[in-house]
Design a protein. Sequence first.
Length: 281
Amino acid sequence: MAGDNFMINNNNVLRELIDNDQPTVGTHMYSPWPGMVEVIGHTGAIDYIEFSGTYAPYDLFSLESFARATDLFKHMTGMIKLDQEPRTYLAERAVGAGIPNLLFADLRTIDDAQEAADAMQPESPIAKKGSGIAGANARRDTGYGATFYRDKQATLQNYMNDLEQGVLAVMIEKKEAVDNVGAMLSAVKRIDMVQFGPADYSMSIGLPDQYDHPDVKKADESIIKIALEHGVRPRIEIAKWEDAKPYVDLGVRDFCISADIYIVAEFCKASGDNLLKLLGR
């Protein structure tokens, strides 16, 4: 049996699109139910699903089930949004489960960004994007050890290559991070995507909920500009596709749209209210 049959994550569409300078469209999932992954996959319109692990409950088995579902689709891959701590552990387990792309929440310093990069990189002097801390493992991404236990064609070099194909995205959410974003992107070349977090940022500067405040809008646009100057892709979260237009005008080509829980809530609210009116209640 060929070694490639043991390896997974070979359909990392997000990496392929970025490397080919193409726009990307993702969506969020709060539910770890793999059936929802399949529903989204069958639309054919989404490049990747971000499992919002910072908010949703899950266990390690959920990560493998999520990854198996995304693996069913050649046009779609997976991403997970990771908590601040223990981010390195969570990163290793997510990648090991078969989720190749990681979004690290609330990075603030160059050291934070380097820690994120190290978690995704093999520990080797020949790693193309810099040596990190990831070692050989017997998790799902290696066919549970096939790369070095069973099949000589499935090599550790293949495993290293797959690790380096993972997309590293980072959240810039606090004032300290906004002030440091240029230095962070200059120092840590491994970063592929950067995203502004207006909610946390508005709180961190004493303006909670004021997303249209000039200081919040300025930070948003500044991060986009700095990212583009460093050759890093700015990613924007939007509620509906029409919200993308002003960002496209700023040069943004990567969007993550809505989430399962918001879509369900909006449907239930609108449909329920209208039906109750029809019924006279």
